[in-house]
Design a protein around this ligand. Structure first.
Ligand code: NDP
Length: 327
């Protein structure tokens, strides 16, 4: 495993990490979730990603029980939660980024995960109804209280991140240090273009999500629609509509041939491509089976096979490199 500093912080994070969205507390048994965490940790993964909304709190409960049973030293791993969508409650105070909800959601996550502090705490989306100042102050205070160590954002715009950063700086508060955007061979704009200045000015780290576009980039949808996979799950029609497009399947078939020529699988090629980008601090893996995780872990070694020519061949297939600013 390789480790990098998360943005400009001193926190050393593994370049591959493990997430729990749609799997823990939902698609897979608790024992399988624990096995995934054990295999990940034994292979050097030190970051485990979670959120209050995942399986409406159940994902954090499952992860918390696994952490207890696995008994790892608390200083050897990084665990996160995210706040915004709530954990199922319908009251207006049970979601968003108000001081009240951020404070309460943090304590609820600590309880579910059975830890004394969160290493990373994310604002899962921007909240247009709460002043950014209120959220920055709340995150700063949670750090001073020892409830969280670092905080960041997910799917915020560069402008919103900059606003939070500047407010924190002007008021000697601790600002956001990490963003969690979607990044994969089909979705590139934020990471490769929109945030390009923030890596320098804010010192932003990135923990990227859906590196396989929810499984399309595993190639499993190339020829048919297999049973028992994420995009066939009840209630996830919106995710299927977003990801399973003709264009993506076509490109995924071409990428699959390229991967074969290189002697690797399509998921490994797709993950290695994400890792190749130095502004990506960590690629958060999702897996519903231990065999998938074991395969995906080989992406670290596959990066060296992605030389300039291979990267050009990939560009020739996806044809979606964001137009970079001329300065
Ligand atoms: P991916 O895009 O990599 O999708 C993971 C899914 O793809 C797996 O659950 C599995 O689904 C399939 N898969 C993975 N590896 C293989 C393989 N080798 N062969 C075949 N199929 C494979 O990642 P996720 O969408 O899960 O995102 C990763 C993490 O990012 C999440 O767990 C979460 O922690 C975070 N996230 C954050 C978001 C945010 O808003 N901040 C949003 C979404 C995710 P199956 O077997 O069911 O087909």
């Amino acid at each position: 495993m390789e480790y990098v500093s998360l943005g400009k912080t001193g926190l050393k994070i593994s370049r591959l990490s493990l997430g729990s969205w749609l799997t823990f507390g939902k698609q897979i048994a608790d024992k399988d979730a624990e096995d995934l965490m054990r295999i990940a940790y034994e292979n050097g993964i030190n970051f485990f990603d979670n959120a209050e909304i995942y399986a409406r709190g159940m994902s954090e409960i499952v992860m918390g029980k696994a952490l207890k049973r696995l008994g790892w030293s608390r200083d050897s791993y990084i665990v996160s939660s995210k706040v915004h969508f709530g954990s199922g409650g319908q009251a207006p105070t049970q979601k968003g980024l108000s001081r009240k909800h951020v404070f309460e959601a943090c304590h609820q996550a600590l309880e579910r995960l059975q830890v004394d502090y969160l290493d990373l705490y994310y604002c899962h989306r921007p909240d247009k109804t709460t002043p950014i100042e209120e959220t920055v102050w709340t995150m700063h205070n949670l750090i001073l209280q020892g409830k969280i160590l670092y905080w960041g954002t997910s799917e915020w715009s560069a402008q919103e991140i900059m606003e939070a950063h500047m407010f924190a700086k002007q008021n000697h508060l601790i600002g956001p240090v990490v963003e969690q955007p979607e990044y994969n061979l089909f979705t590139r704009e934020k990471v490769e273009n929109e945030f390009s200045q923030l890596y320098k000015t804010v010192g932003l780290g990135t923990t990227i999500w859906s590196p396989l576009a929810s499984g399309i980039l595993s190639g499993k949808y190339n020829d048919s629609f297999p049973d028992s996979t994420r995009l066939g799950m009840e209630g996830l029609e919106w995710l299927k509509d977003k990801n399973l497009t003709e264009d993506r399947v076509l490109k995924s078939r071409q990428l699959n041939s390229l991967a074969k020529d290189l002697g690797m699988s399509l998921p490994v090629l797709s993950l290695a491509w994400c890792l190749k980008n130095p502004t990506v601090s960590t690629v958060i893996l999702g897996a519903s089976k231990t065999t998938q995780l074991i395969e995906n872990l080989t992406a670290i070694d596959a990066v060296q096979k992605l030389d300039e020519n291979v990267m050009l061949s990939i560009e020739g297939i996806v044809k979606n490199a964001p137009r970079k600013p001329d300065y």
